[in-house]
Design a protein around this ligand. Sequence first.
Ligand SMILES: Cc1cc2nc3c(=O)[nH]c(=O)nc-3n(C[C@H](O)[C@H](O)[C@H](O)COP(=O)(O)OP(=O)(O)OC[C@H]3O[C@@H](n4cnc5c(N)ncnc54)[C@H](O)[C@@H]3O)c2cc1C
Length: 239
Amino acid sequence: MAKQIAEMLIESVTMELPDTKTIRLKWPEGYEPDFKTGQFITLYWPDTPAYKRAYSLSSCALDRGYYEVTVKRDGKMGTRIVDWAKAGDTLWVIPPTGRFLPVFEPPGKHLVCIAGGSGVTPFRGFAREATRRQLDTRLTILYSVRTTNDIIFHEEFKQLEQENERFDFYVTCTRLHPDDPWTGRRGRITAEWVKEHVHDLPNTVFYACGTTELVEATEHLVLTELKLPKEQMKTEKWG
Ligand SMILES: Cc1cc2nc3c(=O)[nH]c(=O)nc-3n(C[C@H](O)[C@H](O)[C@H](O)COP(=O)(O)OP(=O)(O)OC[C@H]3O[C@@H](n4cnc5c(N)ncnc54)[C@H](O)[C@@H]3O)c2cc1C
């Protein structure tokens, strides 16, 4: 049953932001998948089986009994999920796949995770798993949002930072009003900002998730500026 496409009940929904919703999909009886944190599932509605879209898991592989995905209102599927999906609806789910996986083995790596907007979703899974397993992996999220109102999972990331001294969550805001009281960083993600957080280059693995623009800019930084081999860079392009 594990590799089967399954119809799943939406058990609950959570509005993370006015345009971003997490849906929790309940595994059916006997469904015991073998999957990894960082993978994505593919969803379609029962009435439109030809229209499928991929969503990164925002839950982690230690979360059993359900999948969570966090979706932004964008396009047809994004809008339908954010504006209309409710508890009790069902969606068809193609099982997790993908190679955007946290390198927890061998131990001692530093994972530098770069995200923009909703691209932060798989990194909640990374942070949850590293914290719950008390891994010695170091994890740094560098997250770009327009304003402080656009930070997804802010509370949970702050909480995980408290629980896990090897986890750091940094936000940069690109479109804040100059009078805003935010004391954190402002402006886009730059090479200098990323370099500030890298302390052991050979043991660092970079991750970039989100728009093609953000992912390609990060690839340029890592492969061309820092001159690191492709093995130290993992990307998930959403288009
Ligand atoms: C591996 C992977 C993981 C992903 N994970 C996530 C995730 O965790 N969360 C998430 O929110 N998304 C995620 N995505 C993106 C997701 O799969 C969809 O691409 C996204 O939800 C939009 O799909 P859609 O069918 O709603 O968009 P479509 O309707 O196909 O539209 C695509 C884009 O075109 C624009 N567009 C559509 N019609 C027009 C028009 N007439 N004129 C101008 N612009 C138009 C839309 O605004 C949208 O930006 C992921 C993608 C991949 C590949």
